[in-house]
Design a binder for this molecule. Sequence first.
Ligand SMILES: [Zn+2]
Ligand SMILES: [Zn+2]
Length: 468
Amino acid sequence: MRRRRRRRSADGGTPLERTVVPSFGGSLTGAAACVRASFAILAVMADSPTRSQKLAAPRGTADILPDEAPYWRYVRDTAERVCGLFGYKRIDTPIFEDAGVYLRTAGEGTDVLDKEMYVFEDRGENVLALRPEGTAGVVRAYLQHGMASLQQPVRLFYVAPNFRYDRPQAGRYRQHTQFGIEAIGDPHPLVDAEVIQLVTAFFSELGLRDYTLKVNTIGDSVCRPAYIEALRAYYRPRLDDVCADCRQRFETNPMRLLDCKEQRCQPLIADAPKLIDHLCDDCRQHFEALLGYLGAASIAYVVDPGVVRGLDYYTRTVWECHPAVEGAQSSLLSGGRYDGLAELLGGPRTPGIGFGSGFERLIINLKRADVTIPDDEPLALYIAHLTEGAGAVALRIAAAARASGKAAMVGPGGRSLKSQMKHADSRGARYVAILGKDELAAGEVTLRNLSDHGERRIAIADVADALA
Ligand SMILES: [Zn+2]
Ligand SMILES: [Zn+2]
């Protein structure tokens, strides 16, 4: 299937990939035609001989199979519990939005806008985008629902999938799940400190201790423009010494020069002018107050001028948490203040701060750190039934066990005792209730404890209570 679709496409993408990721140079009419063409493709595919071939999850996506589920539940439960402790309430926004929500906020010259966003036109000719990141949709909802009239800051959190047409690599997926929080409506550095306090509480509750919290300030629209000029003046005569990406960043997104990971760019970064030396008074006071609060809360951090954001709406506080493992460049969590975002979405100037953290990467690090994860609810009772007519009784015994809060499973019909015992064992059952001909006639079961192999006959009505 895959090979066949590739051959049809000259540019390496499959027809469907080209449909959902139109280039932004193209007109919307073009996109509409493309979408209509894709419906035709779908009809052909549904009816073609390839139907008998195996389908697989799309490249860059992953099935979360039952063995992995305890990790996901652990991260989700921990995130929700910690958010509750800090007074954050859950918000769920749609997986897709009017594309304008992200087109206005993604920033020109960024990869997200240029090539990573899934944009499509639906059958009603609305131009929509799959959520590439969490913040813009939440701020859109804050504005739409008049949350500015509530006590500020409004404290919100979410656990939701994001979509980016990334090159798949370890810990990066085209659909990935993010835990994020947003505190919207308060410019005071005390909020920044409390949000970072939540970050450290989250990691501590997860059992992740081996990480570095790097904080920085990236100024605001008062002091940043002059700094960017100083940065450009420093790089201009040195462009021959930097990587190709950095030459591009020099033109489109100079702040990102500072977080280049290429070895050859490191000496230049080390000597580059620091924004921290170019801050206006308000930004300086904000940052000093934040560091004071972090110290007072005994939060360990390092100030790292290399922590930056490439988007203009980010202001002042930014931070990242990096695992201490050698060679781990990707951050566990990154956050920042975005006082300029609401205006881009058509709202009044509204301060805000938040962070996002990817589940996939958190789970990689939990495994690396050997953190013990609570297991699935164990199976308390397995009912093995050996005779015609026992199935119905088995269903009733199982129902009674579940009604008392014990997980129970009925063995499959028509199997031998040996096969059912093996099945019970592989599922980790604590007890097996055996329902043979004799037992059935006596209204009893043989209850076997799989850990000590002791067994006894008890009345069917007493099974649920006997599952200690
Ligand atoms: Zn570089
Ligand atoms: Zn400033």
